[in-house]
Design a protein. Structure first.
Lengths: 114, 113
């Protein structure tokens, strides 16, 4: 299995500011994903982080709001830009495992925007 | 209608009780995942199923592909089982982004001592 760490684990931010969340995996993985879980809602895929190229964003999510970097096969960052209270959510990093259909999740970053 | 429906939304049980959480889906899938989310937000993968039944300790997961239904059972429940249990399906034709999962809203389980 893959062990995933995220930083920070939680943060409280002011409206209009930006926060960068880091995701580190203990092994090289081909596919990394960023999810959002708004209060009381199910997880929603924000984007697939691609190593060496621009991330692939899902409908409703744009690069200007959620810029993503993936400089290598073990690390990625998600930035939540120009935050508003509606961005208050848990943000989760996830990776595809080596075996078919396997997927692992990180511990999450709980973000509160005031 | 959501593509993945879970029931119940909330469940309170006494320690030692047998617990069942249900998941129904409306799309063709290649696999179904049961996940456990703790209060801090982190998610642990419990099972991945494409057919039949799997058992791990006190947890049992079953899936009926024809009926598009899966159940998660917890035997001899314990307060440490208190968490949100999430059902997620992977589309059979990888519709949308490759690797995308569709998640249910989760079942919040509370086991009282």
């Amino acid at each position: 299995s893959a062990v995933i760490s995220q930083k920070p684990s939680r943060d409280i931010c002011q409206r209009g500011t930006s926060l960068t969340i880091q995701c580190q995996v203990d092994s090289q993985v081909t596919m990394m994903f960023w999810y959002r879980q708004q209060p009381g809602q199910s997880l929603t895929l924000i984007a697939t982080a691609n190593q060496g190229s621009e991330a692939t964003y899902e409908s409703g999510f744009v690069i200007d709001k959620f810029p993503i970097s993936r400089p290598n096969l073990t690390f990625s960052t998600l930035t939540v830009s120009n935050m508003s209270p509606e961005d208050s959510s848990i943000y989760l990093c996830s990776v595809k495992g080596r075996y078919y259909n396997e997927q692992f999740f990180g511990p999450g970053t709980r973000l509160t925007v005031l | 209608k959501n593509e993945v429906e879970q029931s119940p939304q909330n469940l309170t049980a006494q320690e030692g009780e047998f617990i069942t959480i249900n998941c129904s889906y409306s799309v063709g899938i290649s696999a179904l995942h049961w996940l456990q989310q703790h209060p801090g937000g982190g998610i642990v993968s419990l099972f991945m199923l494409s057919s039949g039944k799997k058992k791990h300790g006190r947890l049992i997961a079953t899936i009926n592909i024809q009926e598009k239904h899966s159940s998660l059972h917890i035997t001899a429940s314990h307060p440490r089982d208190s968490a949100v249990y999430i059902c997620a399906v992977r589309l059979g034709n990888y519709g949308g982004s490759q690797g995308n999962l569709i998640f249910g809203k989760g079942t919040k389980l509370s086991v009282k001592p």
